[in-house]
Design a protein around this ligand. Structure first.
Ligand SMILES: Cc1ncc(COP(=O)(O)O)c(C=O)c1O
Length: 406
């Protein structure tokens, strides 16, 4: 898989008009995901907890969950109960919630046997009550705030919270963890956070038998920068999905897992002096071949409409000077003309042979690409399944189930 940065090698018939007639779609290369998983596994003795929050970082949580489970990841991490249920609708899996559930969600936590993050004694007591009523034992992890200032119990409150959980009739303390705030930027701060967690570990271990409690802290950035933080479990998202949270040395070879593709739906040649898009945002200076793609800010492109002319100028300058265009034909960037609108964007395709039905690639923030866009899953370059409209399809368009697929 060396040097694989352009995503899956796809079935040729998918390249022109779009698979199954979709006008836009996301291609997820599951073999690339597996490659990244193996790359991470080869660099640590810790267990890997794949993080599937935000619809598996835009890759589609149900299929990614089924695939990773099939590749030996027995436990998966998500943010909250809704995300867990989204996966459990499709497959059975052990799921850790990385944020504390609301009191009103505790019955669901118990019903589905989710592993809950707990940050307060009240929540631990309430969860124990609900678990008792159902005659179940629920595993919990304590989240400690060692500096991020977001979620978590204060370190000095953790020993008491841990004792409460250990002594609760229907809870099991499964883990204690923290989350780093600047692992890509500040080694000093990250080490301080880690040491705080480790001193809690020493303190708690001296009072109780915690041999089966998992300690975890590392996200992708810490995984790379601070191997000492790997502990029992590493919680990896970004890295598994082929993105580096910081510059990597040449020993790394992450594979690209995600690509957004769309088809050109109309081509016209506009004469010089013709305006393009809302707000007279662009005026042609020469005969210009304009290709329109059915993608706009509602799908995640540039996130919001540019309201003021000043912002448009800044955006255009940023595009020209810094980022270039996010739309590519092969490796050639295609300039966006005028404003990105809700569901359409105009491209300058002068000098190319692009035509209606041809495919271009759009770089977008993966986590904001709407779920209405179908996800196409490839294994070793072959289309394996399609997730669209809350349903799973075979490459031939038949409804299928995830059971036994991977
Ligand atoms: C608590 C927690 N752990 C781990 C991760 C994974 O982080 P990364 O994507 O940097 O690997 C996240 C993601 O936001 C998180 O919230």
């Amino acid at each position: 898989m060396a040097g694989r940065t352009q995503g899956a090698q796809l079935d040729p018939q998918c390249q022109k008009e779009g698979p199954l007639g979709f006008s836009s779609w996301v291609e997820v290369d599951l073999s690339a995901l597996e490659h990244n998983l193996q790359t991470a596994a080869s660099r640590t003795a810790a267990s890997i907890l794949p993080i599937l929050k935000s619809d598996a970082y835009g890759h589609g949580a149900p299929v990614v969950a089924a695939f990773l489970r099939g590749r030996g990841c027995s436990t998966l991490g998500v943010s909250g109960v809704e995300e867990a249920l989204d996966i459990l609708r499709w497959i059975r899996a052990d799921i850790i919630l990385l944020t504390p559930p609301l009191p009103s969600q505790l019955p669901l936590v118990v019903q589905h046997g989710l592993t809950a993050t707990v940050t307060t004694s009240n929540l631990a007591r309430e969860l124990n009550d609900w678990a008792k009523r159902s005659g179940k034992r629920i595993t919990v992890h304590i989240k400690v705030d060692t500096g991020l200032g977001r979620l978590g119990a204060a370190p000095q409150d953790v020993p008491e919270l841990a004792r409460l959980i250990i002594n609760a009739s229907h809870l099991k303390l499964g883990g204690v963890f923290t989350h780093f705030s600047a692992a890509a930027r500040s080694r000093r701060f990250t080490l301080k956070q880690l040491h705080q967690l480790l001193s809690l570990q020493a303190e708690l271990r001296s009072g109780s038998d915690l041999r089966r409690v998992l300690w975890h802290a590392a996200n992708s950035a810490a995984f790379i920068t601070l191997p000492a933080s790997h502990l029992d479990v590493v919680r990896l998202g970004t890295l598994l999905y082929g993105q580096a949270p910081l510059a990597l040395d040449g020993s790394w070879n992450l594979a690209q897992t995600w690509q957004f593709k769309t088809c050109i739906i109309q081509v016209r040649v506009l004469p010089p002096g013709h305006t393009v898009g809302y707000g007279l945002g662009y005026r042609t200076t020469r005969p210009t071949r304009v290709g329109v793609i059915p993608v706009g800010y509602s799908h995640g492109l540039e996130l919001e409409p540019q309201s003021s002319p000043w912002r448009q100028i800044k955006q255009a300058a940023a595009r020209a000077l810094i980022q270039g265009s996010p739309v590519f034909h092969g490796s050639t960037p295609l300039a966006i003309l005028g404003r990105v609108s809700m569901g359409l964007t105009c491209l300058d395709i002068s000098g190319t042979d692009l035509d209606v039905g041809d495919t271009v690639t759009v770089h977008m923030r993966r986590t904001v690409v709407s779920r209405q866009i179908p996800r196409l899953y490839y294994v070793q370059g072959k289309l394996k399944c399609i997730f669209w409209n809350h349903q799973l399809f075979s490459p031939q368009g038949r409804r299928i189930s995830l059971k036994g697929l991977f």
